[in-house]
Design a protein around this ligand. Structure first.
Ligand SMILES: NC(=O)c1ccc[n+]([C@@H]2O[C@H](COP(=O)([O-])OP(=O)(O)OC[C@H]3O[C@@H](n4cnc5c(N)ncnc54)[C@H](O)[C@@H]3O)[C@@H](O)[C@H]2O)c1
Length: 432
Protein backbone atom coordinates (compact mmCIF):
# COMPACT_ATOMS: atom_id res chain seq x y z
CA UNK A 1 0.00 0.00 0.00
CA UNK A 2 1.31 3.45 -0.94
CA UNK A 3 2.49 5.21 2.24
CA UNK A 4 2.78 8.97 2.70
CA UNK A 5 4.48 10.74 5.59
CA UNK A 6 3.18 14.22 6.35
CA UNK A 7 5.74 16.17 8.38
CA UNK A 8 4.18 18.96 10.45
CA UNK A 9 0.63 18.37 11.67
CA UNK A 10 -0.54 21.98 11.91
CA UNK A 11 -3.24 23.94 10.12
CA UNK A 12 -1.96 22.69 6.76
CA UNK A 13 -0.44 19.30 7.58
CA UNK A 14 -3.31 17.84 9.60
CA UNK A 15 -6.05 18.37 6.98
CA UNK A 16 -3.60 17.24 4.29
CA UNK A 17 -2.82 14.01 6.15
CA UNK A 18 -6.50 13.34 6.80
CA UNK A 19 -7.53 14.02 3.20
CA UNK A 20 -4.81 11.71 1.79
CA UNK A 21 -5.90 9.01 4.24
CA UNK A 22 -9.55 9.51 3.25
CA UNK A 23 -8.54 8.66 -0.33
CA UNK A 24 -7.22 5.28 0.80
CA UNK A 25 -3.53 6.07 1.27
CA UNK A 26 -1.67 4.76 4.29
CA UNK A 27 -0.63 8.00 6.05
CA UNK A 28 1.88 8.57 8.83
CA UNK A 29 1.64 12.00 10.42
CA UNK A 30 4.86 13.31 11.95
CA UNK A 31 5.21 16.13 14.43
CA UNK A 32 7.75 17.22 17.03
CA UNK A 33 4.80 18.04 19.29
CA UNK A 34 4.02 14.81 21.17
CA UNK A 35 0.65 16.25 22.23
CA UNK A 36 -0.48 16.51 18.59
CA UNK A 37 0.79 13.01 17.85
CA UNK A 38 -1.14 11.63 20.80
CA UNK A 39 -4.27 13.53 19.79
CA UNK A 40 -4.19 12.15 16.25
CA UNK A 41 -3.62 8.60 17.46
CA UNK A 42 -6.64 8.86 19.74
CA UNK A 43 -8.76 10.28 16.91
CA UNK A 44 -8.99 13.76 18.43
CA UNK A 45 -9.00 16.76 16.12
CA UNK A 46 -7.34 19.86 17.61
CA UNK A 47 -8.07 22.15 14.67
CA UNK A 48 -11.50 23.59 14.10
CA UNK A 49 -12.25 22.87 10.45
CA UNK A 50 -15.65 21.91 9.08
CA UNK A 51 -15.80 18.14 8.50
CA UNK A 52 -12.23 17.48 9.65
CA UNK A 53 -13.06 15.91 13.02
CA UNK A 54 -15.42 13.33 11.53
CA UNK A 55 -13.02 12.48 8.71
CA UNK A 56 -10.09 12.21 11.15
CA UNK A 57 -11.93 9.82 13.48
CA UNK A 58 -12.94 7.74 10.49
CA UNK A 59 -9.44 7.37 8.98
CA UNK A 60 -7.81 6.72 12.36
CA UNK A 61 -10.39 4.05 13.22
CA UNK A 62 -9.78 2.39 9.82
CA UNK A 63 -6.02 2.33 10.49
CA UNK A 64 -5.31 4.63 7.51
CA UNK A 65 -3.79 7.41 9.62
CA UNK A 66 -1.45 7.22 12.57
CA UNK A 67 1.05 9.67 13.97
CA UNK A 68 4.58 9.56 15.36
CA UNK A 69 7.42 11.82 16.45
CA UNK A 70 9.92 9.56 14.68
CA UNK A 71 10.36 11.32 11.33
CA UNK A 72 13.28 9.22 10.06
CA UNK A 73 11.48 5.95 10.57
CA UNK A 74 8.31 7.34 8.97
CA UNK A 75 10.31 8.48 5.91
CA UNK A 76 12.01 5.07 5.60
CA UNK A 77 8.62 3.40 5.49
CA UNK A 78 7.12 5.87 3.00
CA UNK A 79 6.79 6.21 -0.76
CA UNK A 80 6.19 9.95 -0.50
CA UNK A 81 6.87 12.66 2.07
CA UNK A 82 4.91 15.91 2.34
CA UNK A 83 6.51 18.69 4.38
CA UNK A 84 4.24 21.29 6.00
CA UNK A 85 6.39 22.83 8.74
CA UNK A 86 6.36 26.55 9.63
CA UNK A 87 8.43 29.02 7.62
CA UNK A 88 8.16 32.28 9.55
CA UNK A 89 9.75 35.54 8.45
CA UNK A 90 11.96 37.33 10.96
CA UNK A 91 13.29 40.82 10.22
CA UNK A 92 12.40 40.40 6.58
CA UNK A 93 14.24 37.09 6.22
CA UNK A 94 12.60 33.66 5.93
CA UNK A 95 13.52 31.37 8.81
CA UNK A 96 14.11 28.01 7.14
CA UNK A 97 15.32 26.27 10.31
CA UNK A 98 12.14 24.14 10.69
CA UNK A 99 12.32 23.17 7.02
CA UNK A 100 16.00 22.30 7.41
CA UNK A 101 15.23 20.09 10.44
CA UNK A 102 12.52 18.29 8.48
CA UNK A 103 14.81 17.88 5.44
CA UNK A 104 17.61 16.48 7.61
CA UNK A 105 15.23 13.79 8.84
CA UNK A 106 14.15 13.12 5.24
CA UNK A 107 17.80 12.84 4.20
CA UNK A 108 18.41 10.25 6.88
CA UNK A 109 15.46 8.17 5.77
CA UNK A 110 15.93 8.84 2.04
CA UNK A 111 15.70 5.81 -0.25
CA UNK A 112 15.39 5.16 -3.97
CA UNK A 113 12.09 6.17 -5.53
CA UNK A 114 11.00 8.47 -2.68
CA UNK A 115 8.97 11.53 -3.66
CA UNK A 116 9.62 14.56 -1.43
CA UNK A 117 7.10 17.40 -1.61
CA UNK A 118 7.45 20.74 0.13
CA UNK A 119 4.08 22.35 0.80
CA UNK A 120 5.37 25.01 3.21
CA UNK A 121 5.54 28.53 1.76
CA UNK A 122 9.15 29.22 0.83
CA UNK A 123 11.24 31.88 -0.93
CA UNK A 124 11.67 31.24 -4.67
CA UNK A 125 14.67 29.04 -5.32
CA UNK A 126 14.44 27.16 -2.00
CA UNK A 127 13.41 23.77 -3.42
CA UNK A 128 16.08 23.72 -6.13
CA UNK A 129 18.78 25.71 -4.32
CA UNK A 130 18.38 24.63 -0.68
CA UNK A 131 16.36 21.40 -0.37
CA UNK A 132 17.87 19.63 -3.41
CA UNK A 133 21.58 20.05 -2.49
CA UNK A 134 20.81 19.20 1.13
CA UNK A 135 19.08 15.95 0.16
CA UNK A 136 21.76 15.15 -2.42
CA UNK A 137 24.38 15.16 0.34
CA UNK A 138 23.03 11.65 0.92
CA UNK A 139 24.82 10.64 -2.29
CA UNK A 140 21.50 10.18 -4.12
CA UNK A 141 20.46 12.38 -7.04
CA UNK A 142 17.17 14.19 -7.54
CA UNK A 143 15.36 13.09 -10.70
CA UNK A 144 17.40 9.87 -10.76
CA UNK A 145 17.22 8.30 -7.29
CA UNK A 146 14.51 10.40 -5.67
CA UNK A 147 12.00 13.06 -6.74
CA UNK A 148 11.52 16.54 -5.35
CA UNK A 149 8.70 19.05 -5.90
CA UNK A 150 7.03 22.11 -4.48
CA UNK A 151 3.25 22.00 -4.24
CA UNK A 152 2.27 25.20 -2.43
CA UNK A 153 -0.67 25.06 -0.10
CA UNK A 154 -3.54 27.39 -0.95
CA UNK A 155 -6.17 26.47 1.63
CA UNK A 156 -8.08 29.05 3.61
CA UNK A 157 -8.79 28.22 7.25
CA UNK A 158 -12.41 27.22 7.62
CA UNK A 159 -12.50 25.66 4.12
CA UNK A 160 -9.47 23.36 4.32
CA UNK A 161 -11.06 20.01 3.46
CA UNK A 162 -13.18 21.40 0.64
CA UNK A 163 -10.29 23.36 -0.86
CA UNK A 164 -7.79 20.51 -0.63
CA UNK A 165 -10.13 18.56 -2.87
CA UNK A 166 -11.28 21.31 -5.22
CA UNK A 167 -8.94 24.30 -5.29
CA UNK A 168 -6.58 24.09 -8.31
CA UNK A 169 -3.03 23.17 -7.19
CA UNK A 170 0.23 24.31 -8.71
CA UNK A 171 2.75 21.46 -8.97
CA UNK A 172 6.39 22.25 -9.67
CA UNK A 173 9.16 19.67 -9.68
CA UNK A 174 12.91 20.26 -9.78
CA UNK A 175 12.71 18.37 -13.09
CA UNK A 176 10.06 16.77 -15.30
CA UNK A 177 10.17 13.38 -13.58
CA UNK A 178 9.62 14.98 -10.18
CA UNK A 179 6.68 16.99 -11.54
CA UNK A 180 5.23 13.82 -13.04
CA UNK A 181 5.57 11.87 -9.76
CA UNK A 182 3.96 14.68 -7.78
CA UNK A 183 1.08 14.87 -10.28
CA UNK A 184 0.57 11.11 -9.94
CA UNK A 185 0.19 11.54 -6.17
CA UNK A 186 -1.92 14.69 -6.04
CA UNK A 187 -4.24 13.61 -8.85
CA UNK A 188 -5.63 11.06 -6.39
CA UNK A 189 -7.07 13.88 -4.27
CA UNK A 190 -7.49 16.80 -6.66
CA UNK A 191 -8.22 16.81 -10.39
CA UNK A 192 -7.24 20.44 -10.99
CA UNK A 193 -3.44 20.29 -11.20
CA UNK A 194 -1.35 22.91 -12.97
CA UNK A 195 2.23 21.94 -13.72
CA UNK A 196 5.32 24.14 -13.78
CA UNK A 197 8.84 24.12 -12.31
CA UNK A 198 9.60 24.37 -8.58
CA UNK A 199 10.84 27.97 -8.59
CA UNK A 200 7.82 29.22 -10.54
CA UNK A 201 5.52 27.38 -8.11
CA UNK A 202 7.24 29.12 -5.17
CA UNK A 203 6.99 32.49 -6.93
CA UNK A 204 3.30 31.97 -7.80
CA UNK A 205 2.37 31.27 -4.18
CA UNK A 206 4.00 34.50 -2.98
CA UNK A 207 2.59 36.47 -5.91
CA UNK A 208 -0.95 35.35 -4.96
CA UNK A 209 -0.77 36.32 -1.33
CA UNK A 210 1.05 39.57 -1.99
CA UNK A 211 -1.60 40.51 -4.55
CA UNK A 212 -4.28 39.97 -1.92
CA UNK A 213 -2.36 42.00 0.65
CA UNK A 214 -1.85 44.87 -1.82
CA UNK A 215 -5.50 44.82 -2.82
CA UNK A 216 -6.68 44.89 0.81
CA UNK A 217 -4.23 47.73 1.52
CA UNK A 218 -5.78 49.67 -1.35
CA UNK A 219 -9.26 49.02 0.07
CA UNK A 220 -8.04 50.19 3.48
CA UNK A 221 -6.55 53.33 1.96
CA UNK A 222 -9.92 54.01 0.33
CA UNK A 223 -11.60 53.38 3.70
CA UNK A 224 -9.55 56.06 5.43
CA UNK A 225 -10.27 58.48 2.57
CA UNK A 226 -13.98 57.68 2.60
CA UNK A 227 -14.17 58.56 6.28
CA UNK A 228 -12.66 61.98 5.52
CA UNK A 229 -14.98 62.44 2.60
CA UNK A 230 -18.09 61.43 4.50
CA UNK A 231 -18.94 58.53 2.21
CA UNK A 232 -19.40 54.84 2.86
CA UNK A 233 -16.45 52.88 1.44
CA UNK A 234 -18.42 49.63 1.27
CA UNK A 235 -20.99 51.26 -0.96
CA UNK A 236 -18.23 52.89 -3.03
CA UNK A 237 -16.35 49.60 -3.50
CA UNK A 238 -19.54 47.74 -4.31
CA UNK A 239 -20.27 50.27 -7.04
CA UNK A 240 -16.67 50.32 -8.34
CA UNK A 241 -16.67 46.52 -8.54
CA UNK A 242 -19.60 46.60 -10.97
CA UNK A 243 -16.95 47.62 -13.51
CA UNK A 244 -16.03 44.30 -15.08
CA UNK A 245 -12.28 44.87 -14.76
CA UNK A 246 -12.27 46.13 -11.17
CA UNK A 247 -12.05 43.76 -8.18
CA UNK A 248 -11.32 45.73 -5.02
CA UNK A 249 -11.14 43.66 -1.85
CA UNK A 250 -12.86 44.39 1.45
CA UNK A 251 -11.37 46.90 3.90
CA UNK A 252 -11.47 46.39 7.67
CA UNK A 253 -9.87 46.50 11.09
CA UNK A 254 -6.64 44.88 9.90
CA UNK A 255 -5.07 41.88 8.20
CA UNK A 256 -3.98 38.90 10.27
CA UNK A 257 -3.15 35.24 9.91
CA UNK A 258 0.05 33.43 9.18
CA UNK A 259 0.22 34.09 5.42
CA UNK A 260 -0.59 37.62 4.29
CA UNK A 261 1.41 39.08 7.17
CA UNK A 262 4.61 37.34 6.10
CA UNK A 263 4.48 36.16 2.48
CA UNK A 264 4.90 39.69 1.00
CA UNK A 265 8.19 40.01 2.90
CA UNK A 266 9.29 36.67 1.47
CA UNK A 267 8.54 37.96 -2.01
CA UNK A 268 10.59 41.15 -1.66
CA UNK A 269 13.47 39.19 -0.15
CA UNK A 270 14.19 38.13 -3.77
CA UNK A 271 15.69 41.57 -4.37
CA UNK A 272 15.71 43.64 -1.17
CA UNK A 273 17.56 46.49 -2.90
CA UNK A 274 14.94 47.07 -5.59
CA UNK A 275 13.23 50.36 -4.73
CA UNK A 276 9.98 49.08 -6.28
CA UNK A 277 9.60 46.79 -3.26
CA UNK A 278 8.45 49.89 -1.37
CA UNK A 279 5.02 49.27 -2.91
CA UNK A 280 4.75 46.02 -0.97
CA UNK A 281 6.21 47.46 2.23
CA UNK A 282 3.79 50.39 2.18
CA UNK A 283 0.86 48.01 1.67
CA UNK A 284 2.01 46.05 4.71
CA UNK A 285 2.28 49.28 6.70
CA UNK A 286 -1.25 50.34 5.72
CA UNK A 287 -2.67 46.97 6.76
CA UNK A 288 -0.66 46.99 10.00
CA UNK A 289 -2.01 50.47 10.72
CA UNK A 290 -5.69 49.48 10.54
CA UNK A 291 -6.00 48.17 14.16
CA UNK A 292 -4.56 51.48 15.37
CA UNK A 293 -6.97 53.32 13.10
CA UNK A 294 -9.84 51.32 14.59
CA UNK A 295 -8.80 52.37 18.10
CA UNK A 296 -8.74 55.98 16.89
CA UNK A 297 -12.35 55.56 15.74
CA UNK A 298 -13.20 54.16 19.21
CA UNK A 299 -11.63 57.21 20.82
CA UNK A 300 -13.54 59.56 18.51
CA UNK A 301 -16.82 57.75 19.16
CA UNK A 302 -16.36 58.00 22.92
CA UNK A 303 -15.43 61.68 22.78
CA UNK A 304 -18.53 62.41 20.70
CA UNK A 305 -20.59 60.67 23.39
CA UNK A 306 -18.76 62.77 26.00
CA UNK A 307 -17.00 59.72 27.39
CA UNK A 308 -13.35 59.12 28.06
CA UNK A 309 -11.46 56.11 26.75
CA UNK A 310 -9.75 55.84 30.13
CA UNK A 311 -11.92 53.66 32.36
CA UNK A 312 -14.45 53.07 29.56
CA UNK A 313 -15.82 49.53 29.52
CA UNK A 314 -15.27 48.27 26.00
CA UNK A 315 -16.40 44.98 24.51
CA UNK A 316 -14.21 43.54 21.77
CA UNK A 317 -16.06 41.00 19.63
CA UNK A 318 -13.63 38.60 18.03
CA UNK A 319 -10.09 37.44 18.75
CA UNK A 320 -9.65 35.29 15.64
CA UNK A 321 -8.06 36.90 12.61
CA UNK A 322 -10.96 35.96 10.35
CA UNK A 323 -14.60 34.99 10.57
CA UNK A 324 -15.71 31.44 11.30
CA UNK A 325 -12.33 30.19 12.58
CA UNK A 326 -10.50 30.11 15.92
CA UNK A 327 -7.05 30.91 14.52
CA UNK A 328 -5.66 33.96 16.32
CA UNK A 329 -2.21 34.12 14.74
CA UNK A 330 -1.22 37.73 13.99
CA UNK A 331 -4.80 38.77 14.69
CA UNK A 332 -5.61 42.52 14.53
CA UNK A 333 -7.64 41.89 17.68
CA UNK A 334 -4.39 41.57 19.65
CA UNK A 335 -3.29 45.09 18.71
CA UNK A 336 -6.73 46.55 19.34
CA UNK A 337 -7.11 44.96 22.77
CA UNK A 338 -3.58 45.89 23.83
CA UNK A 339 -3.95 49.48 22.63
CA UNK A 340 -7.28 49.90 24.43
CA UNK A 341 -5.82 48.48 27.65
CA UNK A 342 -2.82 50.80 27.28
CA UNK A 343 -5.23 53.71 27.06
CA UNK A 344 -6.82 52.68 30.34
CA UNK A 345 -10.02 51.01 29.10
CA UNK A 346 -11.51 47.99 30.77
CA UNK A 347 -11.68 45.51 27.90
CA UNK A 348 -13.96 42.48 27.75
CA UNK A 349 -13.47 40.04 24.89
CA UNK A 350 -15.84 37.48 23.45
CA UNK A 351 -15.12 35.00 20.68
CA UNK A 352 -17.24 31.87 20.26
CA UNK A 353 -14.36 30.13 18.41
CA UNK A 354 -11.42 30.63 20.78
CA UNK A 355 -10.56 31.27 24.42
CA UNK A 356 -7.79 33.71 23.48
CA UNK A 357 -8.38 37.27 24.76
CA UNK A 358 -4.95 38.94 24.41
CA UNK A 359 -5.12 40.14 28.00
CA UNK A 360 -8.76 41.27 28.02
CA UNK A 361 -11.27 39.80 30.45
CA UNK A 362 -12.97 36.81 28.83
CA UNK A 363 -16.73 36.52 28.50
CA UNK A 364 -18.44 33.26 27.69
CA UNK A 365 -21.53 34.77 26.12
CA UNK A 366 -22.40 37.79 24.04
CA UNK A 367 -24.86 39.02 26.67
CA UNK A 368 -22.23 38.87 29.43
CA UNK A 369 -19.73 40.58 27.18
CA UNK A 370 -21.92 43.57 26.37
CA UNK A 371 -23.56 44.01 29.78
CA UNK A 372 -22.85 47.55 31.11
CA UNK A 373 -20.51 48.16 28.19
CA UNK A 374 -19.87 51.68 26.90
CA UNK A 375 -19.00 50.54 23.39
CA UNK A 376 -18.74 47.43 21.25
CA UNK A 377 -15.86 47.02 18.81
CA UNK A 378 -16.45 44.34 16.18
CA UNK A 379 -13.09 43.01 15.04
CA UNK A 380 -13.93 39.61 13.52
CA UNK A 381 -16.72 38.86 11.05
CA UNK A 382 -17.91 35.68 12.76
CA UNK A 383 -21.32 34.62 11.43
CA UNK A 384 -22.70 34.79 15.01
CA UNK A 385 -22.03 38.54 15.14
CA UNK A 386 -24.06 39.15 11.99
CA UNK A 387 -27.20 38.09 13.81
CA UNK A 388 -26.77 40.18 16.95
CA UNK A 389 -30.11 41.20 18.40
CA UNK A 390 -29.59 44.94 18.62
CA UNK A 391 -32.78 45.38 20.65
CA UNK A 392 -31.55 43.00 23.35
CA UNK A 393 -27.96 44.22 23.62
CA UNK A 394 -29.07 47.85 23.46
CA UNK A 395 -31.07 47.26 26.64
CA UNK A 396 -28.14 45.89 28.64
CA UNK A 397 -25.35 48.19 27.44
CA UNK A 398 -24.51 51.33 29.41
CA UNK A 399 -24.03 53.38 26.24
CA UNK A 400 -25.22 52.33 22.82
CA UNK A 401 -22.10 52.73 20.69
CA UNK A 402 -20.92 50.35 17.98
CA UNK A 403 -17.57 50.56 16.20
CA UNK A 404 -17.83 48.08 13.38
CA UNK A 405 -14.46 47.02 11.99
CA UNK A 406 -15.93 44.53 9.50
CA UNK A 407 -19.31 45.88 8.35
CA UNK A 408 -21.04 43.11 10.22
CA UNK A 409 -23.97 45.33 11.22
CA UNK A 410 -26.01 47.36 8.77
CA UNK A 411 -25.46 51.00 9.83
CA UNK A 412 -29.10 51.83 9.22
CA UNK A 413 -30.26 48.99 11.51
CA UNK A 414 -27.90 50.11 14.28
CA UNK A 415 -29.12 53.71 14.12
CA UNK A 416 -32.74 52.56 13.96
CA UNK A 417 -32.15 50.79 17.28
CA UNK A 418 -30.75 53.94 18.86
CA UNK A 419 -27.04 53.17 18.47
CA UNK A 420 -24.30 55.58 17.51
CA UNK A 421 -22.72 53.65 14.65
CA UNK A 422 -19.11 54.05 13.56
CA UNK A 423 -17.12 51.85 11.25
CA UNK A 424 -13.88 51.50 9.34
CA UNK A 425 -14.53 53.34 6.09
CA UNK A 426 -17.89 54.62 7.22
CA UNK A 427 -18.10 58.37 6.87
CA UNK A 428 -21.81 58.83 7.17
CA UNK A 429 -22.43 58.86 10.90
CA UNK A 430 -24.46 62.06 10.80
CA UNK A 431 -26.27 61.60 7.54
CA UNK A 432 -28.28 58.57 8.60
N1 LIG B 1 -2.25 28.06 7.80
C1 LIG B 1 -2.53 28.35 6.56
O1 LIG B 1 -3.65 28.70 6.25
C2 LIG B 1 -1.49 28.20 5.45
C3 LIG B 1 -1.92 28.31 4.14
C4 LIG B 1 -1.01 28.16 3.11
C5 LIG B 1 0.33 27.91 3.41
N2 LIG B 1 0.74 27.83 4.72
C6 LIG B 1 2.15 27.52 4.95
O2 LIG B 1 2.23 26.16 5.40
C7 LIG B 1 3.29 26.00 6.35
C8 LIG B 1 2.74 25.42 7.64
O3 LIG B 1 1.80 26.34 8.16
P1 LIG B 1 0.80 25.94 9.32
O4 LIG B 1 -0.17 27.06 9.41
O5 LIG B 1 0.29 24.55 9.10
O6 LIG B 1 1.79 25.94 10.57
P2 LIG B 1 1.50 25.35 12.04
O7 LIG B 1 2.38 26.10 12.94
O8 LIG B 1 0.03 25.29 12.28
O9 LIG B 1 1.98 23.83 11.93
C9 LIG B 1 3.28 23.44 11.73
C10 LIG B 1 3.53 22.15 12.49
O10 LIG B 1 4.85 21.72 12.20
C11 LIG B 1 5.39 21.15 13.39
N3 LIG B 1 6.85 21.09 13.24
C12 LIG B 1 7.74 22.09 13.30
N4 LIG B 1 8.98 21.64 13.03
C13 LIG B 1 8.86 20.32 12.79
C14 LIG B 1 9.76 19.29 12.44
N5 LIG B 1 11.08 19.53 12.27
N6 LIG B 1 9.31 18.04 12.30
C15 LIG B 1 7.98 17.76 12.46
N7 LIG B 1 7.07 18.70 12.77
C16 LIG B 1 7.50 19.96 12.92
C17 LIG B 1 4.86 22.03 14.48
O11 LIG B 1 4.92 21.39 15.74
C18 LIG B 1 3.44 22.27 14.00
O12 LIG B 1 2.54 21.31 14.50
C19 LIG B 1 3.92 27.38 6.49
O13 LIG B 1 4.99 27.47 5.59
C20 LIG B 1 2.80 28.32 6.06
O14 LIG B 1 3.30 29.55 5.59
C21 LIG B 1 -0.15 27.95 5.73
Amino acid sequence: MFTISVIGLGYVGLPTAVVFASKGFNVVGVDVDAGKVEAVNSGRCYIREPGLDVLLRDVVSKGLLRATTDAVRAVRESDAVVIAVPTPVRDGVADLSYLREALLAVREGLHRGLLVVIESTIPPGTTAGFAKPLLEESGMRAEEDFYLAHVPERIAPGRAVEELLNMPRVVGGVGPRSTEKAVELYSRVNSKLLTTDATTAEFVKLAENTYRDLNIAYANLLAVMAEKLGVDVYEAIRLANTHQRVHIHIPGAGVGGPCLTKDPYMLISIDPDFWGSELIKIARRINDYMPIHTVKIVEKALIEAELEIKNARITVLGAAYKGGVGDTRESPSKHIVEELIKKGSKVIAYDPYTSETFGAERSLSLEDAVKDSDAIVIVTDHPEFKNIDLEVIGRIMRHKIIIDGRRVIEPYQAVKHGFRYYGVGFGKAYKL
